[in-house]
Design a protein around this ligand. Structure first.
Ligand SMILES: [Zn+2]
Length: 115
């Protein structure tokens, strides 16, 4: 799966998500930001299981993880599994679009690449 990111033509920084506000590293904007497609693969940097959550869009417990994409950007998202079983720092992760139960919209979630 590919993610819509961008690369700065001035400093080379790769950013995600694609946005118009400027490079996160050097502030260049406009035509200096080139669209770039990023593979949704990376390494697990940290994770935490959430046991209490007041929002209604997801039922606890669930796991939040930080993934360093192979292309560079760090992103934080819900992992596509219920507990921390099998997770470890440095695990290879792969992202996909998931439709929460009863909803039509999809959201990006990551899971262990070996699953
Ligand atoms: Zn830049």
């Amino acid at each position: 799966m590919l993610l819509f990111g961008q690369q700065c033509r001035k400093c080379g920084h790769t950013g995600f998500p694609r946005q118009i506000y400027g490079c996160e590293m050097c502030g260049a904007y406009g035509e200096m930001l080139a669209p770039q497609e990023l593979e949704a693969v990376g390494v697990l940097i940290s994770f935490a299981e959430v046991h209490r959550y007041q929002g209604g869009e997801i039922e606890a417990p669930f796991v939040i993880g930080e993934i360093r994409l192979q292309s560079g950007p760090l992103l934080r998202c819900t992992l596509d599994q219920r507990g921390e079983s099998g997770l470890y720092i440095g695990a290879e992760m792969r992202g996909s679009l998931t439709a929460p139960t009863g909803e039509r919209a999809s959201e990006l979630r990551f899971r262990l690449a070996r699953d």
